[in-house]
Design a binder for this molecule. Sequence first.
Ligand SMILES: NC(=O)c1ccc[n+]([C@@H]2O[C@H](COP(=O)([O-])OP(=O)(O)OC[C@H]3O[C@@H](n4cnc5c(N)ncnc54)[C@H](OP(=O)(O)O)[C@@H]3O)[C@@H](O)[C@H]2O)c1
Length: 271
Amino acid sequence: MAKTILITGASSGIGKETAFYFAKKGWNVAATMRKPQNEKELKETDHLKLFELDVLNTGSIQKAIEATITAFGKIDVLLNNAGYGMAGVMEYASKESIQHQFDVNVFGLFEVTKQILPHFRQQKSGRIINISSMGGRVSFPLFTYYHATKYAVEGFSESLNYELNPLGIDVKLIEPGGVQTDFAGRSMNFVEGNLTDYNQIQNKLHNALQGDEAAFPSKPTDVAKVIFEAATTSSKKMRYLVGKDAKMMVRMKKILGTNNFQRLVKRHYKL
Ligand SMILES: NC(=O)c1ccc[n+]([C@@H]2O[C@H](COP(=O)([O-])OP(=O)(O)OC[C@H]3O[C@@H](n4cnc5c(N)ncnc54)[C@H](OP(=O)(O)O)[C@@H]3O)[C@@H](O)[C@H]2O)c1
């Protein structure tokens, strides 16, 4: 019997590519998104269904899980992928924008996980794959809140794995470096302000990131392949770094330690 994956945020980027990839590999795919009525590329088949799911709406999460079980009989893997980035000076972010960043990247992921667990517990199996980031292991300037959400996902996943393993369920983390998706465009919320104290760091970072294609070396398919490996392996490995940038950054921080790593990043951005 074909296995089933439920993906959040399948309308674009990593989520969409993963939906295509798993379908090609013969899996049943529940490609969930906020507006399935707008989806043009993913076509429904007997093995691929589009369901509405907004990670901020518990009712929609429950309905999408039920609809997936009705369509495919069960769910084997949950891919918590929906998320976006907030960048800019920490002081410039409104309480509402900080809340929203955490609602989507953290509390939404908690809620989807919580809603799927009764099904996984009942069948005594299931795998939760959380899309974190290299930004959940190392940090860069002007991404305070985004890093905070991904570090939160890391800690949550590590701890959760302990309580779920005895029930036949496990948790894995995917940690991509820069990936060529809508993330740096549509999905990036730059907060703005005009305190002169921050002009220097803002200008330097802005100039450094402008048109920096090298900052996004991986393609969504590279991530989809690693997600497939994480979904199908019998290994207990928990963390999967994706991309040469992610592997290099995490290794450098490990070797150099936090202080020297920060020194290196400052030197890179001439801060
Ligand atoms: N691209 C990178 O460089 C990179 C690197 C490391 C980690 N990541 C992580 O990878 C994940 C996917 O990002 P991506 O790069 O594929 O960017 P993307 O193409 O912009 O995709 C983001 C997805 O999240 C969805 N989403 C946003 N808010 C949502 C909500 N409330 N409920 C359900 N879905 C929601 C978006 O749906 P709509 O179409 O409805 O807006 C979209 O499908 C994110 O968690 C991101 O943090 C990305």
